[in-house]
Design a protein around this ligand. Structure first.
Ligand code: AMP
Length: 249
């Protein structure tokens, strides 16, 4: 079974984002960028399925600027077999990403598409679901366990207060949750090997997808600054302060 994995280049999760002075968005100048953490989990899961003999080939796909090649090289160094970069310097919204992935899936005919449950930059949580709808195929979102049995993909999902297991007929779409696995680090020899793995470059136009934005960001604001704390000498003083602040009656 061929597995397609979608990986997005996003601002590194350790970086504290800075909002541009004019509030038009997040300042990405000189900011460390990395693979979206949920997509690392997606790549790791595909590799584990290949190691178990359930997957035959892993194709990593990214939609983004030329620099997203680095993200794809990371996916290759972790263990993906080949990569496709769909290059666009504009911000590509979830629907257009889903349409591009659908066009690639039509060409590649994977048995399974694995995506992150959300990109940590736009927090949309949309692409996997939209892709499943566009492909008319079953989806298992927020996966904490994935098992393949013949042409069935069993997905255990993290739902409110528990777990639900669903069976999907392949080709299926799975989105990863945090507890699915712990992604491996790429070893130095594998980073070197990844440099010679195939990476093809395409454009959204090659797939007939219009990436013109459908929404306009009106304003981006930083979270409110936290007030400095104060020290109190006793529980009574604490209760008085909380009463003053109206936190307790
Ligand atoms: P989102 O719906 O934007 O929160 O993204 C959900 C998942 O879709 C991500 O974790 C990725 O697996 C995939 N995805 C989103 N945007 C891109 C992109 N530009 N290139 C590749 N995959 C993407």
């Amino acid at each position: 079974m061929k597995v397609l994995v979608a990986v997005k280049r996003v601002i590194d999760y350790n970086v504290k984002p800075r909002v541009r002075m004019d509030g038009s968005g997040v300042d990405l100048a000189n900011v460390k960028m990395s693979m979206n953490p949920f997509d690392e989990i997606a790549v790791e899961e595909a590799i584990r399925l290949k190691e178990k003999g359930a997957a035959t080939e892993i194709v990593a796909v990214s939609v983004g600027p030329a620099k997203a090649q680095e993200t794809l090289r990371t996916a290759l160094a972790m263990g993906s077999d080949r990569a496709i970069l769909v290059q666009s310097d504009d911000e590509v919204e979830p629907l257009a990403v889903a349409k591009i992935l659908k066009a690639i899936a039509d060409e590649e005919q994977p048995g399974l598409v694995i995506l992150g449950k959300q990109a940590i930059d736009d927090d949309s949580n949309q692409v996997g679901q939209m892709l499943a709808a566009l492909m008319g195929r079953p989806q298992g979102t927020f996966a904490s366990k994935v098992e393949i049995a013949g042409d069935t993909v069993n997905v255990t999902r993290e739902v409110d207060g528990g777990l639900e297991t669903v069976a999907l007929k392949s080709p299926a779409i799975v989105t990863t949750d945090l507890r699915l696995n712990e992604p491996r680090y790429a070893s130095l020899p594998n980073i070197m090997k990844a440099k010679s793995k195939p990476l093809v470059q395409k454009t959204p136009a090659d797939y007939g997808v219009d990436t013109a934005p459908r929404l306009t960001t009106l304003k981006v604001e930083e979270p409110a600054k936290r007030q400095a704390g104060i020290k109190v000498g006793s529980v009574d003083e604490l209760v008085d302060k909380l009463k003053d602040l109206g936190v307790v009656a």
